[in-house]
Design a protein around this ligand. Structure first.
Ligand SMILES: [Zn+2]
Length: 253
């Protein structure tokens, strides 16, 4: 399964009238950086339309890049006019006029609203162009043209002060990414794989590293090959946790 993430706009684009340090184009790129690894842990292959925060491909390029993907997610926050607005606060997900992915659009809208704690009911809607023969939004239309189901996720409104403050927290964006990935994985019936550590250098956690270094030094733990930081360990998260517990219990002296 392959997913294309499209962080909307570009660096610095759409400052919030409630807090100008919030920029939709920058912050949605930050969300992408949490969402990509979260989806990868479920086994999805993930590509992004913007690999650098400065990138700003056309809507045609963004939609077309999703060719061969099972889903395109375009990440945005919404706005009421261009002024601070203390009332309007809801999540909206746009999905294709073909109605493809409707159930996923509904689950995503409800999940995002619940994580964000937005005031009004979440919405999942389609929008036709004026001729009534295709999707209104370019990124969804161009994705549809290459056979991919595209969705725009509006993470409520950056004209709303509380929502803007909420989206400025890294911890919140991480929680949002985890929740979105879980909903998408459930929809595509993907299961989260246990984190595995192939090489010694992959173990960066302050929690695991001292124990692993100690066991290697004492010879209790021997790699399957390699040396130094390239030592092949091939350990799962559960195994590492168990070693740390045993170490704390004094098993290794
Ligand atoms: Zn936007």
């Amino acid at each position: 399964m392959k997913i294309c993430i499209d962080a909307g706009h570009s660096i610095g684009y759409n400052p919030s009238p409630a807090d100008p340090t919030y920029r939709e184009g920058t912050r949605m790129f930050d969300l992408q950086n949490y969402l990509k690894p979260a989806l990868e842990r479920y086994g999805f292959e993930v590509i992004c339309t913007r690999n650098r925060v400065e990138d700003n491909p056309s809507l045609y390029a963004r939609g077309s890049m999703a060719q061969g993907c099972d889903l395109l997610l375009s990440l945005h926050s919404n706005a009421v006019a261009n002024e601070r607005n203390d009332t309007v606060d809801y999540v909206r997900v746009y999905y294709p006029v073909s109605r493809r992915g409707q159930a996923l659009a509904q689950s995503l809208s409800e999940t995002i609203a619940s994580v964000m704690g937005t005031k009004q009911e979440p919405q999942f809607v389609v929008r036709w162009n004026s001729a009534g023969n295709a999707d209104y939004y370019g990124v969804i239309r161009y994705a549809a043209a290459v056979g991919t189901c595209g969705m725009i996720l509006e993470h409520s409104f950056h004209t709303h002060p509380r929502t803007t403050a909420w989206l400025l927290s890294d911890e919140h964006l991480r929680a949002l990414a985890e929740a979105e990935a879980a909903v998408i994985a459930e929809y595509f019936e993907m299961e989260e794989s246990e984190m595995r550590y192939e090489l010694l250098k992959d173990i960066k956690s302050e929690c695991y590293r001292p124990t692993v270094d100690k066991l290697l030094k004492q010879g209790f733990l021997q790699g399957k090959g390699g040396s130094g930081e390239e030592t092949v360990l091939d350990l799962g998260e559960d195994a590492l946790r168990l070693l740390v517990v045993l170490d704390r219990a004094g098993v290794f002296g």
